[in-house]
Ligand binder design. Structure first.
Ligand code: FES
Length: 571
């Protein structure tokens, strides 16, 4: 290689500084010749036993390292903040941006020429892509892979999706508590992340659709030998990417994001992809907007029949052909010339992909939902937008006018939702306030409010719900999310009162509060911001600087590509 690599600014030469950089590294057992100018590959590992979806990453990292070594590179693994969805309070999303800062500064500040991102649980994929995008080195992502299908009493059960379902069945009195606890053991059977098309699987698909991961990355189960092989090939490939100086900014183009948006519709992907892709685009410098989600996604059908929109799980998706087979089914909607980490185009990557299970990846003529893209709603209730996932909603509720039943916070909701005296029926619209980026803080996944017990007992299974929160990618229902501006900054959702009439018309993309403008203005005049949940520390920085959902809920000072130069030495 004629080009002098970035890592040589640390390891090359015979100065006092290069002595320091090399000598301390040698306590890892590294011999002299590994500092000879070969590509240094950072392996960015989100392993944590508190992030169970990523708890197998130590072993996976060894396969990546083997691939890097085989290709003549020097692998150096480093840990970064691991956002685990199932444990982190008040919500993992609060820490996505913090993790991305860790990733960005770890990459920029250290001697590496290329990066392998190891992602799994929901927020780990976007936080790694966001941080790495701000540095723009040659970068490739490998996912940890989904768990095997859950198995419970002869049936497949899916992470998250069946938790919501079972828990409603318990509250409705049609499932016993003992059966509920038995299902807990049957759901999570192997290492890996949620095996529904929740946010983790969606973001793994997004990474592959964006061209940031090798073909097949999204679907191989964590325990499948294909996953280990893919990790090894990823290690080999990043060395070649460094030689070719193939950077994230050459892959993450507007066309790549358009492809990902269409793929998200095809897979019935999580609404969280909206917020994460907006944030990643903001980092790399692509001006992606909420409108782009409607523009690119509107005509794309949902063809992947996976929970929560459909019936199957990621293991089935893998055997069916995974994302390459899905992208081949919608090839006419994609920009096939988009460049990917393979150094080849999407067209080349998916040529020869075969759909082995048309009941899982449906042919175009038998789509689950004809227009599967995320619907971006506007109106006086969400001037800067709100979203709804049609494939997870009830067709009969897509056009609805109902009386608002308002909960001022998640605590207020929990305290009153099952009160027999609550004045609510299935025609009402449940409104949850103060759960947005600043309000929660961190925009928790509470938008898919469980229905009142008295309605569940009557067999009601869906109602229109509206909030400034997010919902789990494994959840379902006619749920309007991400209303912007949020309640905590005085957005219109803060001004809704019990008894107001709310109109939802998904086809017309309309979300309307049927209250006179003068009355809304008067309510805004009397509105007072809620007290922050916590003062000081990272939370106060987050609340001060986080942008609204329509801007990806990134911190305003993190937007953009700052590159990887650090001209100043450390000693
Ligand atoms: Fe980690 Fe679902 S909790 S992917």
């Amino acid at each position: 290689m004629s080009r002098k690599l970035r890592s040589q600014a640390w390891f090359g030469g015979d100065s006092k500084d290069s002595f320091i950089h090399r000598s301390w590294m040698k306590n890892n057992g590294l011999p002299n010749d590994v500092f000879d100018g070969r590509p240094v590959i950072g392996i960015c590992n989100t392993f944590s036993e508190l992030t169970p979806c990523n708890a197998h990453f130590r072993g996976l990292a060894e396969h990546i390292k083997a691939g890097v070594l085989e290709a003549g590179g020097l692998p150096l693994e480093f840990p970064v903040f691991s956002c685990g969805e199932s444990n982190l309070r008040p919500t993992a999303m609060l820490f996505r941006n913090l993790a991305s800062m860790d990733v960005e500064e770890s990459i920029r500040g250290n001697p590496m020429d290329g990066v392998v991102l190891m992602a799994g649980c929901d927020k780990t994929t976007p936080s790694l892509l966001m941080g790495a995008a701000s540095c723009d080195l040659p970068t490739i992502l490998v996912s940890g892979g989904p768990m095997l299908n859950g198995k419970f009493r002869g049936a497949d059960i899916g992470s998250g999706t069946d938790v919501w379902r079972f828990s409603e069945d318990v509250r409705a009195g049609v499932m016993s508590r003992d059966d509920f606890m038995a299902a807990e053991n049957a759901m999570s059977r192997s290492p890996g992340h949620c095996m529904t098309m929740g946010t983790a699987s969606t973001m793994a698909c997004m990474a592959e659709a964006l061209g940031m991961a090798l073909p097949g990355n999204a679907a191989y189960p964590a325990v499948d030998a294909h996953r280990a092989r893919l990790a090894r090939l990823t290690g080999r490939r990043i060395v070649a990417m460094v030689h070719d100086d193939l950077r994230m900014s050459q892959i993450l183009t507007r066309e790549a994001f358009a492809n990902a948006i269409r793929v998200n519709a095809a897979i019935g992907g999580s609404t969280n992809a909206v917020i994460h892709l907006l944030a990643i685009a903001g980092r790399i410098g692509v001006d992606l907007t909420l409108e782009d989600w409607d523009r690119y996604g509107h005509d794309a059908p949902t063809i992947v029949d996976l929970m929560p929109s459909g019936r199957y799980l990621m293991e089935d998706f893998c055997y069916a052909g995974g994302l390459p087979a899905t992208m081949a089914e919608i090839a006419d909607l994609l920009d096939l010339d988009a460049l990917t980490v393979t150094g080849r185009s999407v067209r080349e990557n998916i040529s020869g992909a075969v759909n082995h299970a048309p009941q899982v990846i449906r042919p175009r003529g038998q789509a689950l939902v004809a227009h599967g893209g995320v619907a971006v709603l506007r109106g006086n209730l969400a001037p800067n937008g709100a979203i709804l996932k049609p494939s997870a909603a009830s067709p009969e509720l897509m056009r609805h006018r109902g009386r608002a039943v308002v909960f001022a916070s998640i605590e207020d909701y929990k305290a009153r939702v099952d009160d027999p005296a609550l004045d609510i029926d299935e025609s009402c619209v449940m409104v949850l306030q103060n759960c947005g980026p600043k309000g929660y803080p961190g925009m928790a996944e509470v938008g898919n409010m469980a229905l009142p017990r008295k309605l569940l007992e009557r067999g009601v299974r869906d109602m229109v719900r509206l909030s400034d929160a997010r919902m789990s990618g494994t959840a379902f229902g006619t749920v309007v999310l991400h209303a912007a501006p949020e309640a905590a900054v005085g957005g219109p959702i803060a001004l809704v009162r019990d008894g107001d009439m709310i109109e939802l018309d998904v086809e017309a993309r309309r979300l309307h509060l049927d209250v006179p403008d003068e009355e809304i203005a008067a309510r805004l005049g009397a509105w007072r911001a809620p007290a922050p949940a916590m003062t000081g520390g990272y939370q106060s920085l987050y609340v001060e600087r986080v942008m609204q959902a329509d801007r990806g809920a990134d911190l305003d000072f993190l937007v953009g590509r700052r590159g990887h130069d650090v001209p100043r030495e450390s000693h």
